[in-house]
Design a protein around this ligand. Structure first.
Ligand code: WT7
Length: 662
């Protein structure tokens, strides 16, 4: 890591905003001073300007019971009304809200008027199924318009959605359903991925029967969108077709105002333990920051821009920068169902040309993949409509940043590297296009109204030219309001490292200008292709396999995916049998077993968690107190010389492991 950062800090390329960009830029430099004068008042101003409040708020921040913040608490609004009805009422009903592109090449468009009408019908369907304010609805859908419609319909009636990424397994889905006690699941028969239909409904069926009759779920109904056309099993009374329900639905639904702190959604994310955390977000503050950041960081001109975030709604980027931010701002956007390489590797660029996309928001992993494939692929398409590029999810190395700007952005577009988290709800650190001189590889500066610090172990600011731990020192509107059902874990995870400050779990360095360079997680959380995975969760999946005695998982750096999951396991000779003491025990077919274990993790958690490699070893490096020294395993996984082993209980162990692996 330190080698990397030294290279990064030698990065001297700078890109000042062009005059032409600056001339019509949305963001202005005075935002910083205005925010610094009075942070809560600044957010109040932004909120009044960007949102419609049925009942205007009279207070901004209530921080009397930290870390439980309340923003705009006496105000009332309806999130879906803000994303839909008000744009229609303002005369923009004919503006395109969604250009949807299916993977096989089918497509659909929805104007704001049409999207509003669909959400009204879906809201009345939810009400007819007995969903009311505060109830939890799990959404397990591909990237189809119904995903957006479902989320907004849930929000419209004051219920709470929990979107579960379609790549997660039946077990992961069930764990999330149980934790939130969801009454309804909205799913599809299947969706298109990599040229074929990938089923979803069977995973819902499986998830709801886990544990048999003694373990009933809280789910009363499963609402099924027909998309894949694949055959599905049916439980009469429980399962309902979306299209049947919508066909019979009432078409009028008046959005009711709800208090600003009404829960909007729960989104599960991995932490340092085996159990995912249900991150809770509420309405007024969240929507304020979503709209403000979407408008200013992406330089949104809603009348002319065509915006595209390639994120799935299963992740926070899909919540804040596909659904809530863009729609609150009345933007026109593209959503795409499939993978970037189906049916050909130019698919993204073809979509940009087709719709005239002006703003693209994507992850470094994808950019590095395209870089490897070569510029002749994007060069075949007309990408001249693009005028702004965004990056999110993991650090973007300067080479990829410059390639993104040169090859995709025609050498002229600003690139904004945006740092934030599921927990922060919205972007926290980013350049402002038209204002900031860009530095490839750095997320740069805290947004107006956001107070970021980099601290040493004792909680002292490190100052320029030094590294430390990244914290948010003041409450912000889109901050998580807690972990669903677990206030103690909320306090312990984020607020106990530094008194009164939010600890993000990331390391960071300030350069000589005070700009922020992200260094990755400092806890046992991995970042694979911009998705967060927990070492503990994958370890516990591995040890649930009858042949595994012990497991240790590390995130090893990977050229394309940022990090990759690498597992080290100690196995038994047969199910429940003796632990194999040497890895070259002839009774064990290590390559077959490694393949089986990779598959086991994929089926238990989801394909994103499938280890890149599983090494079968005889020992794991542990301290005298029994803690696994992941640092040493990372050295092995990354093919480096092994670091300091003096604190190991058995100092021989590493030479044995590297002998096995090497
Ligand atoms: C973690 C949050 C934010 C939406 C996608 C991921 C890493 C995120 C950046 C960036 C360096 C980044 C951090 C953070 N991360 N954006 N621009 N530069 N690192 O959301 O799953 O909640 O993960 O992603 O490590 O803590 P998430």
């Amino acid at each position: 890591m330190s080698g990397n950062i030294d290279n990064l800090l030698h990065e001297t390329r700078r890109f000042a905003p062009s005059q032409s960009f600056q001339a019509s830029a949305v963001a202005t430099a005075d935002l910083y001073e205005r925010a610094a004068d009075d942070r809560p008042a600044f957010w109040g101003e932004q909120s009044r300007e960007l949102l419609y409040w049925h009942t205007p708020f009279t207070t901004t921040l209530n921080w009397s019971n930290p870390p439980f913040a309340q923003w705009f608490e006496d105000g009332e609004l309806n999130v879906a009304y803000n994303c839909l009805d008000r744009h229609v009422l303002a005369g923009n009903g004919d503006r395109i809200a969604l250009y949807w592109e299916g993977e096989p090449g089918d497509s659909a468009t929805y104007t704001y008027a049409e999207l509003t009408a669909e959400v009204k019908k879906a809201a009345t369907v939810l009400l007819s199924l007995g969903i009311s304010r505060g109830d939890r609805v799990a959404i397990y859908l591909p990237m189809i318009p119904e995903a957006v419609i479902s989320m907004l319909a849930v929000a419209r009636i004051g219920a709470i959605h929990s979107v579960v990424f379609g790549g997660f397994s039946a077990e992961s889905l069930r764990a999330r359903i149980d934790d939130a006690q969801a009454k309804l699941v909205i799913t599809a028969d299947g969706g298109w991925r990599k040229g074929k239909v990938s089923s979803l409904k069977p995973a819902v069926d499986d998830s709801l029967t886990i544990g048999g009759e003694e373990n009933p779920s809280t789910v009363e109904h499963v609402l099924v969108v027909k998309r894949g056309g694949n055959d599905v099993a049916w439980v009469d009374g429980r399962d309902l077709w979306w299209h049947d329900q919508i066909a019979e639905a009432e078409t009028e639904h008046e959005a009711q105002p709800f208090p600003a702190e009404t829960p909007l959604f729960i989104l599960y994310t991995s932490g340092t333990t085996g159990k995912p955390k249900g991150i809770l977000h509420t309405s007024g503050g969240y929507l304020t920051q979503a709209a403000f950041t979407h408008k200013n960081v992406f330089d949104l001109h809603p009348e002319t821009d065509v915006y595209w975030s390639t994120a799935d709604v299963g992740w926070i980027t899909g919540h804040t920068y596909v659904v809530y931010g863009p729609l609150a701002n009345g933007a026109t956007q593209v959503i795409y169902e499939g993978t970037p390489d189906s049916p050909h590797t130019g698919r993204w660029w073809e979509i940009i040309e087709k719709y005239g996309v002006t703003i693209l928001y994507a992850a470094p992993t994808a950019i590095r993949t395209f870089m490897k494939l070569g510029r002749h692929i994007p060069d075949e398409f007309d990408l001249t409509s693009l005028r702004l590029l965004g990056s999110v999810g993991e650090p973007i190395n300067p080479e990829a940043w410059v390639w993104y700007r040169d090859v995709i952005g025609g050498g002229t577009t600003p690139v904004v590297d945006t740092w934030w988290q599921t927990e922060t709800g919205g972007i926290m650190i980013s350049a402002l296009p038209g204002v900031t001189t860009l530095k490839p590889g750095s997320a740069q500066v805290a947004l107006p109204g956001i107070h970021i610090e980099v601290l040493d172990d004792r909680g002292e600011p490190v100052g320029k030219n030094s590294g430390g731990l990244l914290v948010v020192a003041e409450p912000w509107p889109a901050m998580l309001r807690g972990i669903w059902g677990d206030p103690d874990r909320f306090i312990e995870t984020y607020w106990s490292t530094f008194d009164g400050k939010y600890f993000a779990g990331d390391g960071a360095r300030l350069d000589r200008d005070g700009d922020v360079w992200l260094l990755g997680r400092v806890d046992d959380v991995m970042n694979v292709s911009g998705h967060r995975l927990s070492t503990a969760e994958i370890e516990s999946s591995l040890v649930s396999h009858p042949r595994v005695a012990e497991a240790a998982v590390v995130g090893a750096s990977d050229e394309t995916t940022g990090q990759a999951v690498v597992a080290f396991v100690i196995v038994r000779a047969d199910e429940g049998g003796e632990v194999v003491v040497t890895a070259d025990d002839p009774s064990v077919d290590t390559s077959a077993l490694a393949a089986e274990l990779r598959g086991h993790v994929a089926s238990q958690i989801g394909a994103i968690a499938r280890p890149r490699q599983v090494f079968i070893v005889a020992e794991l490096p542990k301290t005298r107190s029994g803690k696994i020294m992941r640092r040493l395993l990372r050295d092995v996984a990354e093919g480096r010389e092994i670091g300091d082993t003096t604190t190991l209980a058995d100092t021989q162990v590493m030479s044995i492991i590297s002998g096995t692996v090497g």
